[in-house]
Design a binder for this molecule. Structure first.
Ligand code: ZN
Length: 478
């Protein structure tokens, strides 16, 4: 397998630590809001990677974190606490915020056909209580491991304490800026007005390992006792602690968004060196951003990104989004627009139709196409090549049953549910459903609520979910 390694700055041959085995740590979501399409891209790309390694015969060991404590706004040490802010807004506790949004992640992942980190299909009834059985790790359940790891760094001389926090001293790691090649003195941190910087912090790039319950965090919702006083862990330490817990002192691949290249990942790498004397992670692999037509990043703070339910309310299927994101290499910037998503929807429905026309009987796989499929995967997950091989095969004169068998092999990586196609004839289904939707709108406008309910039921019975939007009734498979 060849992948783009950020530290090598090129596509490299992945040499795993153990033969036929791969260990992957994926930076996961901070759970204080429902993720949007810009966030979702990473999880689809890494799901494709996970499935590809599995398909190519590797034994995949993978974990992903849920950040539920310590992540401040703007990724800064002394920013606003994201979990606490949301808790105050919703009038619930921070841990309730975390549980609530872990559940929305699971709901979205299930709809997008994203496997659990352990490689299982997400079941309908999986919720936050059981995520740790499936390869997810939660920062709040990792406090003893975090404290042990920080103690190691402290014993090795990488930390210092002030009255506000325990810090990691980045000048102790000579190649700290290896990710960006930036000079340490050019790194500006904490120069925003709303950020209170600790006057006793030695270097601007030093970062918090353990935050004390003082100053603006005196009333922090979640806190634990530690050798450095009552408090809570910094954001970066959880990933080092979890990676170590899952894989020990060496693992193969660490994934994350390119936004982690300047701060989060250099800090994680520095912590690993501080605790274990060596970098721990063999390959860092990053996904590019999803951008608008004007090249603006899709982001919660920009307010330019829909959530999955919002996209579904516009008439898209979660698998249209999967198709769009899976068809582009993780290392390529992805330009998102409603037209692009419509294009993906059309392409997916036409693929569904062609596959449906092959019939229900599956024959033998066609080795020639499987060989080319594997080559495309091994070539830095060349997914546009995978789709063009697939389309070429569908047009070929090969036996229909054999084509179907081969399509289903492709789908083990694509994850488009091609073995269980429901919406290939969406045009016909839509006409009737569209009629019900408009009749429901009319009934509601005329306050005939019993009739409106009747039409809602008819739409739901056809397997759609109904959404109320400012433009009236929308519906989608969900
Ligand atoms: Zn992380």
């Amino acid at each position: 397998m060849k992948l783009y390694s950020t530290l090598d700055r090129k596509v490299v041959d992945i040499q795993t630590i153990k033969d036929n085995e791969i260990s992957i740590y994926s930076c996961g979501p901070t759970v204080y809001y429902r993720m949007h399409l810009g966030n979702i891209r990473a999880y689809i790309n890494w799901d494709v990677m996970h499935r590809a390694f599995k398909y190519l015969g590797y034994n995949v060991n993978r974990v992903m974190n849920f950040t539920d404590v310590g992540h401040m706004s703007h990724d800064e040490d002394f920013g606003e606490d994201k979990m606490d802010n949301e808790a105050a807004k919703e009038g619930i506790t921070a841990i309730d915020v975390a549980n609530k949004y872990i559940n929305t992640v699971l709901e979205d992942f299930k709809a997008l056909n994203i496997l659990t980190p352990s490689g299982d299909v997400i079941s309908r009834d999986l919720d936050y209580k059981d995520v740790e059985k499936f390869g997810w790790m939660r920062a709040t359940n990792m406090i003893p491991e975090i404290i042990e790891l920080v103690k190691k760094m402290e014993a090795n001389g990488y930390t210092y304490e002030t009255d506000k926090a325990l810090y990691f001293d980045v000048t102790k790691v000579p190649d700290y800026t290896i990710f960006t090649g930036q000079k340490l003195e050019d790194k500006k941190v904490g120069d925003r007005e709303d950020v209170v910087v600790d006057p006793n912090k030695k270097n601007p790039a030093d970062f918090v390992l353990w935050m004390k319950l003082v100053g603006k965090y005196a009333n922090h919702d979640m806190h634990w006792s530690s050798p450095w006083g009552e408090g809570f862990p910094g954001w970066h330490i959880e990933c080092s602690a979890m990676g170590n817990k899952a894989f020990g002192e060496h693992f193969d691949i660490h994934t994350g968004g390119i936004d982690h290249i300047p701060v989060h990942h250099p800090n994680e790498r520095a912590q690993n060196i501080g605790a274990f004397g060596q970098p721990v992670v063999k390959y860092w692999v990053h996904n590019e951003w999803v951008v608008t037509k004007d090249d603006a990043k899709l982001a919660k703070s920009e307010g330019n990104a829909d959530t999955l339910p919002e996209a579904i309310a516009q008439g898209f299927d979660a698998l249209d989004i999967r198709y769009l994101f899976a068809s582009v290499n993780y290392h390529t910037k992805l330009q998102f627009s409603t037209e692009a998503l419509k294009g993906a929807q059309n392409a997916r429905l036409s693929l569904n139709k062609k596959v449906k026309e092959l019939g229900d009987k599956s024959g033998k796989v066609i080795p020639r196409y499987i060989g080319r499929f594997k080559n495309a995967l091994e070539n830095n997950l060349n997914m546009s090549e995978v789709l063009s091989i697939l389309n070429e095969m569908l047009k070929s004169k090969e036996d229909k049953e054999d084509i179907l068998a081969t399509v289903l092999e492709f789908d083990r990586v694509l994850g488009l549910n091609l073995n269980n196609i429901k919406d290939y004839s969406v045009v016909i289904a839509d006409e009737q459903i569209e009629k019900y939707a408009r009749e429901r709108d009319t009934a509601r406008a005329e306050k005939r609520y019993d009739d409106a309910d009747k039409f809602r039921k008819l739409i739901e019975e056809a397997g759609f979910k109904v959404f109320d939007t400012p433009e009236g009734t929308k519906y989608a498979k969900y």
